[in-house]
Design a protein around this ligand. Structure first.
Ligand code: PXL
Length: 277
């Protein structure tokens, strides 16, 4: 397989083990050259801290794209996470159109919401812009809350398979191609991921070890991209990412001071083993 250069576009949360500080090491450990485009710089993430600084990098994007065009720098895959503004999403779409190699995949984690609510700072205009990005991507990795914002479906805490199927049907009807729906659990002690690709749907269920660990969405999506770009199918990549994320949580639970993220660094050897299976 030729050496792949991946581009990931998401924020730098200086502290908090999410976004680029998670994606870059996980993709590198997956054996992929990783280029980054920071969407914003925050002192720390917005989930649980009392405040944060936020420097929006939207206006850097077209200039960086232009420079990459001059240098003929392109990417085997482009993977996006937390983005800084609705306007930025248009620039991200331009970069995807211009800098993705033919046959390369756009992978979008519509990182904007969890537990039924949008993250601080996001509004309806941002959701509308994210819809355009998500529904034009090759693969999306929403959690249930994000899938609800993308489709307009009501968010439910407890649900059955009919609800989940309807959610994925609606995503697909809106244009989503491969859907990897995360955090789907039908009983209190289980969670899992549903993958629908080319009308074939599979569910990977595993133990739920803790409720709502911060940053696990980013850990999951990064490991998924790492596995996918190593040649695994979407379903196998979804399984590898789930097993890795579980391992990250196991390495973290019990340390109350570490509430803001997971100690994914300690689980990187497990990821490498899972990728080489
Ligand atoms: O993990 C998603 C994420 C990424 N980046 C920032 C966040 C969050 C979740 O809250 O606040 C800045």
């Amino acid at each position: 397989m030729s050496y792949k250069r991946i581009l990931t576009i998401q924020d730098i949360s200086c502290v908090g083990q999410c976004s680029l500080t998670v994606a870059l090491p996980i993709l590198s450990a997956s054996g992929l050259e990783t280029a980054i485009l920071p969407s914003a710089v925050l002192s720390n993430h917005t989930a649980g801290f009392t405040g944060w600084t936020f420097t929006d990098l939207t206006e850097d994007m077209p200039k960086i794209k232009e420079q990459w065009e001059k240098e003929n720098l392109d990417f085997s895959a482009i993977y996006t996470g937390y983005l800084g503004s609705a306007k930025q999403i248009d620039y991200v779409k331009d970069i995807m159109s211009s800098r993705l190699v033919t046959g390369g995949k756009n992978i979008v984690d519509p990182a904007m919401a969890d537990n039924g609510k949008l993250y601080p700072g996001f509004d309806d205009a941002f959701v509308d812009a994210m819809k355009k990005l998500a529904f034009s991507a090759d693969i999306i990795l929403p959690n249930i809350t994000e899938a609800c914002f993308l489709t307009g479906m009501e968010y439910l805490e407890t649900y059955d398979e009919t609800y989940i199927n309807e959610l994925i049907d609606k995503l697909t009807a809106n244009g989503a191609k491969t859907v990897v729906l995360t955090g789907v659990g039908y009983t209190a002690d289980k969670t899992g991921v549903v993958v629908r690709e080319n009308n074939v749907q599979s569910y990977y269920e595993h133990d739920k070890i803790a409720n709502g660990c911060h940053g696990t969405g980013d850990v999951y999506a990064s490991a998924f991209v790492g596995a996918l770009e190593n040649g695994h199918s979407a379903y196998d990549a979804a399984k590898i990412a789930a097993d890795f994320t579980v391992e990250c949580i196991k390495k973290t639970i019990g340390d109350e001071n570490h509430w803001y993220g997971v100690k994914f660094e300690l689980a990187l050897p497990t990821l490498i083993q899972l990728l080489n299976k």
